[in-house]
Design a protein around this ligand. Sequence first.
Ligand SMILES: *Cc1c(COP(=O)(O)O)cnc(C)c1O
Length: 453
Amino acid sequence: MDKKIFLNEKDMPRAWYNIQADLETPLPPPLNPETGEPVTPDMLEAIFPMNLIEQEVSTERFISIPDEVMERLLMWRPTPLCRATGLEKFLGTPAHIYFKNEGVSPPGSHKPNTAVAQAYYNKEAGIKRLTTETGAGQWGSALAFACNQFGIELKIYMVRVSFNQKPYRRVMMETWGGKCVPSPSPDTKAGRSFLEGNPEHPGSLGMAISEAIEDAVTSENTKYSLGSVLNHVLLHQSVIGLEAQRQFELAGEYPDVVIGCAGGGSNFAGTAFPFIRDKIHGKEIRVIATEPTSCPTLTRGRYVYDFGDTAGMTPLLPMYSIGHSFVPAPIHAGGLRYHGMAPLVSKVFADGLIEARAYNQIETFSAGVIFARTEGFIPAPETNHAIACAIDEAKRAKEEGREKVILMNFSGHGIIDLPSYDAFMSGKLQDYTMPDSEITELLRSLEKYPKPR
Ligand SMILES: *Cc1c(COP(=O)(O)O)cnc(C)c1O
């Protein structure tokens, strides 16, 4: 048995997998909030280049990876599939726990898998400048790295509370040549209106998205880039699951359970969708998305049409949501704070192909510390949600005496997130479960829109 399963560079997948080709019923389209009619591709052209819009709506099963993107992916891919033998021993479980280590990329997470693709397609379309938002700073740093590779200018609106708490992510963005400002900012109309209510507004991902979109549509030669949620982002992340499938072949195993943490849903989808394809075609496999109890999109949200941002500038997306005006509780340190779930992840959840589980932040950090002490790597706080679930599944395998095979995506390392570990270890973190009344209230404004079918 090998501790790590490597693929040769020549065995790296040459095409992305698009789950839209295998869905039993098509994904409901995004809607124009004014008319209630489906959004046509040309309406998205104000914010995205046409080549990415084509991927967004494509139902081709495989889409080939351009050579220039491949060249960048090969800087850290294929990533190793590791057997968590230390963790297995600690738990005394008969389960085989595998983790796919996406923390080995230059910015330290899965996010550059799509960042390099998006920067490339924008460059191909003649775009000179991109705007984006970032929460904890993982996406901003990934896109800064990617834009630098392709000679594109980048402005990042970073949620203010993270901007203040996580200076090192900003330094990474600046090292790769990106410009980063705290959001809400005085640089946009949306930002100024949020600041009017509260000059020290902590910000939210939805607000930062509003700012970045406004900047893109009002600036020349500028488009907007999103690090999760959209179909083309999930497509680019499929390299994770495709590689893992080849690595399991080499190991002579196949997972019984696939686990990923889900914020907007991209690393989960990238890991799980190639396996869900097998499930659609008859394989017996369980797939679990994990999320925080303080932002319980899948476990307690509803399947609705909702905006992707707080100001309501995006089309309506068919997704499980707790409402676009959601502002996360300030005590929450674990990431995964987006109010909605990717339409494709929402669809496979509605279709009963996946399960969802919510974890409190104290149990996720406890799991992260166990992982760091048994496997060495200090996980990103987001990743800890997947680890908590993998540990649960491994314990259950022990009770059942089953040699279950578990795959978990290690979406990123936590070396830049040490302040949240510090808060955890010094007892400053509290659990927070969103009350039902709050979710009902947040969803009330959506009642006037149709329900996705
Ligand atoms: C951004 C991020 C996530 C959550 O985003 P998804 O789109 O849901 O994958 C999870 N883990 C890490 C390390 C991240 O940086």
